[in-house]
Design a binder for this molecule. Structure first.
Ligand code: GLY
Ligand code: MN
Ligand code: MN
Length: 466
């Protein structure tokens, strides 16, 4: 029983690219995620650290990577232990790790404290991921103290520590062909899951069966696992009726009723990579007129955002395009009153739309659902400007947003959320709509990888009749 790592050469290439950025005398330390107790001796499902996995493809807990600027990779991992393997499963072990993972050396993780000081001796800069692993800074301090204790023997102690995230985030922001392939596969599985949830919802209601949010959640999970996804990429949102107006609602037990909308925001993780899809559909397969009006506004906003997602555009262009279409729609259907908020430009300037659209239109997607990568264009960091937020009065510092480049992956997810209020037409009360797709920036525009689940209102109705 072995655990071969597919595409092992890719991880080696990533380590070499990182090593080349560590500078003379640099060394990097990357732990995987800790195991976490749930209660007594039961643990939460282990999920590796994304940085560690990106550099190793190694999914076991209790593992560390040390990488030198010269490109030497040293892995610390769990030792072979027949008794523990009977209880917890197969371990690769240090003897097999170099061949399996392409690292130069591997040692039992229990030797970490003994070996790290020697590895840090005569190094100049220690790179590690800042503010991601509680306790890591203290451990590095301890190793450095041990190095410093030997300076009188002529040993040099590193005199700089730098944030490894700054290098890895930039690498992870641009996905390679292997990553894009995995993300397309994750997206297809999630799209199928949404199709199944929509169809089961309509079928059960037609048959006179009760439908609750957890029934639809079960259909999502069924499809994810059936196709090899390890788990959802984040807590699935299945929100019936007014629950859709709670942005971080979780699939719970509320009844799903004919005549109401259902908002599902769910995506699977496949071999470490996330997908993130939202669809909003009528529980019984037929949009009511007020629902359809708002739905088509959100859909048009999403299309405007998609059109703005292309190389050379700024990350915020999609949001600005969506906000314009949403605000026009809010004025048209009377969610916003022209006499109070003025023109579309005024309503945007004053952020009047914020009452019904209070989140951003997207985020990077990758190993993490809200993936790493700066949202500011690195070469423009010095070009800050300030403005006063019209709603909060706070002074906000803006920097030019990231310029999109091929290989970046992001979500495009506008929405509208209408809570009951005296100045809001009653037809729209408690309607919450979001439409979310995942996009790869290409050479000419973007590729939507989640469109195996329909998005046009007519197509959703047709699917739910089938
Ligand atoms: N499901 C989390 C998000 O859409 O950002
Ligand atoms: Mn989502
Ligand atoms: Mn999202």
């Amino acid at each position: 029983m072995t655990s071969p790592i597919p595409h092992v050469h890719l991880y080696g290439q990533r380590r070499q690219r990182l090593a080349a950025q560590l500078g003379e005398g640099g060394i990097a330390i990357v732990p995987t995620a800790p195991e976490r107790l749930r209660n007594r001796d039961s643990e939460y499902l282990f999920r590796f650290d994304s940085y560690f996995y990106y550099l190793t493809g190694f999914a076991e807990p209790r593992a560390w990577l040390v990488l030198t600027a010269e490109g030497r990779s040293i892995l610390f991992c769990q030792p072979k232990d027949l008794e523990r393997e009977i209880w917890d499963g197969y371990r690769l072990g240090p003897a097999a790790a170099p061949a399996a993972l392409g690292v130069d050396e591997a040692y039992p993780v229990d030797e970490l404290d003994q070996r790290l000081p020697a590895l840090l001796e005569n190094r100049r800069t220690v790179w590690w991921p800042f503010a991601t692993h509680p306790g890591l800074e203290g451990r590095i301090d301890g190793w450095l103290q041990r190095v410093r204790a030997r300076v009188r023997y002529g040993v040099l102690c590193p005199d700089a520590q730098r944030d490894l995230c700054s290098l890895l985030d930039e690498m992870r922001l641009i996905k390679d062909a292997h990553e894009l392939d995995l993300m397309r596969r994750a997206a297809r599985i999630s799209a199928q899951a949404h199709v199944r949830a929509m169809q089961v919802c309509a079928q059960r209601l037609r048959a006179g069966d009760e439908v609750r949010e957890y029934h639809l959640d079960a259909e999502l999970l069924h499809t994810f696992r059936r196709h090899g996804s390890q788990h959802p990429a984040y807590g699935s949102i299945v929100a019936a009726g007014a629950n859709a107006c709670v942005l971080h609602y979780r699939a719970d037990a509320a009844p799903v009723r004919a005549g109401e909308l259902v908002l599902i925001d769910a995506g699977c993780e496949l071999d470490g990579y996330a997908s993130d899809i939202t669809r909003t559909f009528p529980a019984d397969g037929r949009f009511r007129p007020a629902q359809r009006r708002l739905y088509d506004i959100v859909l048009a906003a999403q299309q405007a955002a998609i059109d703005a997602t292309r190389p050379g555009a700024r990350f915020t262009d999609a949001h600005d395009a969506a906000v314009r279409v949403l605000t026009e729609g809010m004025l048209e259907v009377g969610l916003l009153d022209r006499r109070k908020v003025g023109s579309v430009d005024d309503a945007i300037e004053q952020r009047a739309y914020f009452r019904f659209y209070m989140h951003r239109t997207g985020h990077w997607l990758g190993l993490d659902v809200h993936d790493v990568g700066s949202y500011v264009e690195p070469s423009d960091i010095g070009h800050a400007s300030q403005r006063r937020d019209p709603l909060s009065g706070e002074i906000i510092t803006n920097r030019p947003a990231r310029i999109l480049r091929p290989g970046m992956v992001l979500t495009i997810e506008p929405g509208l959320y209408v809570r009951p209020a005296d100045d809001v037409p009653r037809d729209y009360w408690n309607i919450g709509i979001r439409i979310e797709d995942d996009a790869i920036v290409t050479d000419t525009g973007c590729e939507l990888i989640t469109r195996d689940v329909p998005v046009q209102a007519d197509a959703i109705e047709a699917l739910m009749r089938a």
